[in-house]
Design a protein around this ligand. Structure first.
Ligand code: NAD
Length: 504
């Protein structure tokens, strides 16, 4: 599927509500970040469609979320069929993603594989134990923890993992019995539509109730309508800290809403003097430049012990000089363009702020048209607490090398940020590894690896400003059900726990 031959059905976004595809409306152009060409368009969902989507999901809840009508296994089987369709179409999906998001084809393929892994995991969970039997003080009583669905969930996702992140959220929600209204990023709606089309095939094969998964489109106000909607309960959000905080606030003002938010990061890779330098440099390159530094786990800071900092920096810059961001379909490049003009502006604004604070600008980045291409900036700066460079998320290819005296100072720099998503430590010292595991204030910690590299069966969630403590991917299963206590008495009389009298 070369970029000019994306089939019309794929280019034309249509809402999917109550199991039906609505007519295409050409309201929001979808641009190719590599050359700004228009690759398709989608509607901007109106209040009426959003309300119908929420109503359809609530109607579906009566069947899908009712264990007297639909079992966990049956729900998981729908997801199992979905993943088989995704596998069948994984090349087309990855190519569409590379064109729409600018993510390099290799990364787009990995994104789809991650989505496949997540859906496989979710399907497998359908046949795992659900709930628990627990002991009672009373011999004639039996107690069970019964897991009940929580209700209709809104899923709002960012552009940078257009297949993986939706499945991290939609998969657990659906298997646990919670219908979904899905609003993908306005930058990558066509990839989302492709994924939902494959779901639709599975839903039809299993005669799933219409409205189990609904797809709507548009910018922030569309998402906010869903979050505020009185009939959505779970707000499953991944994106920036600013938007996630708003989602949390809205949810907190409703008695029955909960918010699972995965947000931005300020990630560090620490290099100690005993580290294998080649491993350290390669890990730093992957952490800083994969996805053109547009991963929530991209490393903004390379914190390097002073004794080896000059040698590390020399080698890091040498490799940086060979790094090229270019056509995402051309394997000669490491990564693609920035997502949009706003990101290019942010790239420049970040660099100006960092330049005011740092001692050295080691590499001067630049824009490289005609698409949203840039070359990275590299700075060096001493440990200056509270600065923009050391505390705020860049999400664009700006990298700051911070020389430090020792491991203790490195941990101070890494932990000082209000974000807490990912960190890496490069060392062969097993005691430092353990201290790092205990002291690192973040959700993902790696040793002798880049700050990137999630796997779906692990929790994926940030501390502090980066998350709500309810990690997504596999761990989301822990939050998608109400744990309810179910107790049965098999005797002819009442006996109470704690020795409480049952005399009436
Ligand atoms: P974003 O916050 O701008 O948008 C995310 C989603 O929220 C989009 O679908 C957008 O339309 C929607 N949205 C915007 N305003 C809204 C509102 N008021 N109410 C409801 N929804 C609204 O993020 P982005 O630019 O797409 O992605 C980049 C950000 O996401 C970075 O900060 C990155 O670190 C973060 N991110 C975090 C994770 C994680 O798992 N922690 C993963 C990927 C990306």
């Amino acid at each position: 599927m070369p970029r000019h031959s994306i089939e019309p059905r794929t280019r034309q976004g249509r809402e999917y509500i109550a199991g039906e595809w609505k007519p295409h409306r050409e309201e929001l152009e979808v641009l190719n970040p590599s050359d700004h060409s228009v690759i398709g368009s989608v509607p901007v969902s109106e209040v009426e469609s959003l309300d119908r989507g929420v109503a359809a999901a609530n109607d579906a809840l009566d069947t899908w979320g009712n264990h007297l009508k639909w079992s966990w296994v049956r729900r998981a089987e729908v997801v199992d069929t979905w993943v088989q369709h995704v596998r069948k179409h994984q090349s087309e999906l990855a190519l569409l993603m590379a064109i729409e998001s600018g993510k390099h084809l290799d990364e787009s393929r990995a994104d789809v594989v991650e989505a496949i892994h997540m859906l496989q995991y979710c399907a497998g969970r359908g046949r795992q134990p659900i709930g628990e039997r627990v002991a009672s003080e009373i011999p004639d009583k039996e107690a069970e923890i019964y897991l009940a669905p929580r209700g209709v969930c809104t899923v709002i996702t960012p552009w940078n993992f257009p297949a993986a992140i939706p499945t991290w959220l939609i998969g657990p929600a659906l298997v646990c019995g919670n219908p979904v209204v899905f609003k993908p990023s306005e930058e990558t709606p066509l990839t989302a539509q492709y994924l939902v089309r494959l779901f639709d095939l599975a839903a039809r094969e299993h005669e799933a109730p219409p409205g189990v998964l609904n797809l709507v489109y548009g910018p922030g106000h569309v998402g906010e309508h869903l979050v505020r909607h009185p009939d959505t309960v779970g707000q499953l959000f991944t994106g920036s800290h600013g938007v996630g905080s708003r989602v949390k606030q809205i949810a907190a003002s409703h008695y029955d809403k909960f918010a699972v938010c995965e947000m931005g990061g300020k990630n560090s890779l620490i290099v100690l003097e005993d580290a294998n330098l080649e491993l350290a440099v390669n890990s730093a390159i992957l952490s800083a430049y994969k996805t053109t530094h547009q991963r929530c786990v991209s490393a903004d800071l390379l914190i390097v012990q002073k004794s080896i900092e000059p040698e590390f920096t020399r080698r890091f810059l040498e490799v940086t000089d060979g790094v090229r961001f270019g056509d995402p379909l051309d394997t000669a490049f490491l990564a693609g363009p920035l997502i949009n003009q706003k990101a290019v502006d942010k790239f420049e604004a970040c660099a100006s702020r960092i330049e005011e604070e740092c001692e050295d600008r080691l590499r001067q980045g630049s824009r490289e048209g005609p698409g949203n291409f840039v070359r990275p900036n590299v700075f060096r700066m001493s440990h200056r607490p509270g600065t923009f460079a050391l505390t705020q998320e860049f999400f664009t290819p700006n990298v700051v090398i911070v020389p430090v005296a020792d491991f203790e100072e490195a941990m101070q720099v890494a932990n000082a940020s209000e974000f807490g998503l990912s960190m890496s430590l490069m060392t062969d010292d097993f005691r430092k590894m353990r201290e790092f595991k205990v002291l690192g204030r973040c959700g993902l910690k790696y040793v002798n690896l880049p700050t990137i590299g999630a796997e779906v069966h692990l929790p994926f969630g940030g501390m502090k400003r980066s998350g709500t403590g309810m990690p997504s991917a596999a761990w989301l299963f822990n939050y998608m059900c109400h744990a309810t206590a179910f107790t049965v008495n098999y005797a002819e009389e009442i006996r109470m726990a704690q020795g409480l009298s049952a005399k009436v």
